[in-house]
Design a protein. Sequence first.
Length: 211
Amino acid sequence: MSLRLGDVAPDFTAQSTEGTINFHEFLGDSWGVLFSHPADYTPVCTTELGAVAKLREEFSKRNVKVIALSVDGLESHKGWIGDINETQNTTVNFPIIADEDKKVSALYDMIHPNANESFTVRSVFVIGPDKKIKLTITYPASTGRNFDELLRVIDSLQLTANYSVATPANWKEGEEVVVAPAIKTEDIPARFPKGHRVIKPYLRMTPQPNK
Ligand code: BEZ
């Protein structure tokens, strides 16, 4: 059965390039990103892992631990990391799960047989400190992911977890946000002292409250 938002991210123990990992222990109190790759030594995946390695500071600033997965073995992963570091001019700084028996891929429904019977699609799971799934994204093998977008949605998830707001289309950190529908308009000044705009009774904007 596929995983849905709000479900507890299934725990597992797996071999990775940084040793045996128990997923929930690895996450600890952090946010997490688990993302899958169709196969080692493939061009798009090589650029993706390089891109994520370069964003290390951005992920740690947001208290996010990153872990990748591919269905190839550990020796293959280790050789491939050398290529990623060399060609993408970076150092891979997060574990890559060696999911040769496809146990984790099956647990997270990362293999979509009508796309490919053996390889995972490009899945992304963002997991909150409560171990619940906050976001899922699925891309086909032929399309590399946009990791700036992943950071953007993490900013939104973290903001909306702490304040009664939502983020509008194309929102970016620092921009105006939407006051949650559950808040009565008369209660807005006390809840959002930086000010607000009522565009429609259901569309109320306020400056980002934690900025
Ligand atoms: C790639 O990562 O380049 C890739 C992997 C599987 C199919 C197509 C592209």
